[in-house]
Design a protein around this ligand. Structure first.
Ligand code: ZN
Length: 548
């Protein structure tokens, strides 16, 4: 999981009597009411104690969010988990943070993070009821950032606000460091993180105050602004982006392009993308799957025929090369065509003309021809199954579409795209992915690539309940792959279940070697045998102890 992949709609639950963040209850508050509350606190206890309370309140909030992020997702690395803090701040509408710098040295225990906060809601609250201050006022925000990072790293991290809108600066900016890195500079700031007696009272009050209506509106507005590229070509991965860049650069020229890649990677979509950015875009895009037709039919499909040219040819028929006009003809699975068809196709490409079956008059063609294959065509040339001259004719440029498992960053954007498409088709406007499904989607290797992902989500959309696609809605093989990876047990499992599953995982990892498994589990072989016996009791399959 990556920080920028977090979506509010997938982790929040909005029902009439219950608003929750993955099981934790939330309450929506109005910013103006909170501004009043803030003023009351400052008036009754003074600025310094009030600052401490709000800093502490923010700290609890940050810690709670960090705990939820850690519990919900498997993060690509520690840095992504830390970046999820500012991301959550943003999703919750508190502020718009931009991380300027993040340096992390686990070995040395050093941490430094510089963040700019745009449009701080807390500064707005302060200005609203208390007016401009002569000191930074984003106390909860500072607490949140500190609490979040502290929880993630397991060591105290302090954020200190350098500039603040509340004291007249254009934006707020903060620096977070570990205690040692701050040294004496932390000085007076440390006190704001310490509890005092009045805290307990305020904790109870302040725990009620977390979300604000405006936060949701802003977050949703931002969600609507996700960048898109073509239909489902929402590309994050560098590997696919490079392919697209190349495609875009060669699209305007007439050079022949061969698109290669595994089945289901979206070769036709890429061909349409090239078509749409070429001089041929104003005319037809016509595709044919060469593997699906026997030679005689493929020939008539591509070149056309005259009535009576063969049995069943009742009318004259225009072939794809002609029908496409100045558009594009897409020959999918070109690696499957017979040697005879290869020779005929080569002639068409060389002469730029076709002869309809049953005629002898050549006709000029103006369409661009794009080809695709899921074979390694170079190997086919090598073994003599594919003509070398045709190969070089169709692949002046080769675009290799990487399989989905090699561009995992694209999985969630694609998944969301498919969900929104199914939502429209099934008439379920509320349909969305649930957080519980994300790990499974990210972990599964997707041997059938984008097509398999699309099918899996179509199935899941149909099986969804209350508009949420949970893990359970996914196909069994996808769930299975997640279960094997999952280091975090589901929160509804008993200890016994967790133990059982863990034992099975270890057994699987050791190739069913029980002595090795017992060693890893830190129990004796007899104990392992007993535990397995209990598990197998009542099932017809019984396995005795195995030595070795
Ligand atoms: Zn501020």
């Amino acid at each position: 999981m990556r920080a920028r992949e977090l979506r509010l709609s997938e982790i929040m639950q909005f029902d009439e009597h219950y608003v929750g963040l993955s099981g934790r209850r939330m309450v929506l508050h109005d910013l103006h009411a909170f501004a009043q509350f803030r003023k009351d606190i400052v008036d009754s206890v003074g600025v310094e104690p009030a600052r401490r309370m709000f800093t502490r309140f923010g700290t609890f909030w940050g810690e709670a969010d960090a705990a939820a992020m850690k519990r919900l997702f498997r993060w690509e690395n520690l840095e992504e988990l830390i970046r999820a803090g500012p991301r959550m701040h943003s999703l919750q509408g508190v502020v718009r943070p931009v991380v300027r710098e993040l340096e992390l040295d686990r070995a040395m225990g050093r941490f430094e993070m510089k963040v700019t906060w745009y449009d701080s809601g807390e500064a707005e609250e302060h200005l609203l009821e208390l007016g401009q201050a002569d000191h930074p006022v984003c106390w909860m925000l500072v607490g949140y950032a500190s609490g979040y990072a502290t929880y993630c790293l397991g060591q105290r991290i302090y954020f200190v606000e350098q500039q603040c809108r509340g004291k007249g600066d254009r934006v707020c900016s903060v620096i977070g460091r570990d205690e040692a890195s701050w040294g004496d500079a932390l000085g007076p700031h440390r006190a704001f993180f310490e509890a005092d007696k009045i805290m307990e009272k305020v904790n109870r009050l302040s725990l009620e105050i977390q979300r604000r209506q405006r936060a949701l509106e802003r977050a949703e507005e931002r969600l609507g602004r996700a960048p898109t590229l073509g239909s489902w070509l929402e590309v994050r991965s560098n590997s696919f982006r490079r392919v697209l860049d190349l495609a875009e650069r060669v699209a305007p020229y007439e050079s022949s392009i061969l698109i290669s890649g595994e089945s289901g990677t979206g070769k036709e979509v890429l061909a349409r993308f090239i078509h749409s950015r070429s001089k041929h875009a104003s005319d037809e895009f016509l595709g044919v799957n060469c593997a699906s037709l026997p030679d005689s039919l493929l020939e008539s499909e591509l070149f056309g025929h005259k009535a009576g040219a063969f049995t069943g040819a009742i009318h004259d028929r225009v072939g794809l090369f002609e029908a496409a006009g100045q558009g594009t003809v897409f020959l999918d699975e070109i690696g499957e065509i017979s040697p005879t068809m290869q020779a005929k196709l080569l002639r068409v490409l060389q002469e730029r003309e076709v002869v309809r079956l049953g005629e002898n008059r050549p006709r000029k063609i103006r369409a661009r021809i794009l080809a695709a294959t899921n074979r390694k065509l170079a190997d086919e040339v090598h073994t003599g199954r594919f003509r070398e001259d045709l190969y070089y004719r169709i692949r002046v440029v080769e675009l290799e579409v990487p399989p989905l498992r090699e561009r995992r960053e694209d999985i969630l954007p694609l998944a969301r795209h498919f969900v929104s498409r199914h939502a429209e088709r099934l008439g379920l406007p509320e349909l969305k992915l649930d957080a519980s499904a994300l790990n499974a989607l990210l972990d599964y290797p997707w041997p059938g690539n984008v097509r398999e992902l699309e099918n899996a989500l179509e199935r899941a959309s149909v099986l969804s309940r209350d508009g949420r696609i949970t893990r359970r809605c996914l196909p069994p093989e996808v769930i299975e792959s997640d279960r094997q990876h999952s280091p975090v047990p589901e929160p509804n499992q008993s200890l016994e279940q967790v133990e059982r599953e863990h034992i099975q995982r270890v057994l699987k990892a050791t190739g069913n070697n029980r002595s090795e498994a017992a060693r890893i589990l830190g129990i004796g072989q007899t104990t392992l045998w007993r535990k397995l016996k209990v598990e197998e009791a009542g099932t017809p399959r019984r396995v005795g102890p195995r030595s070795g």
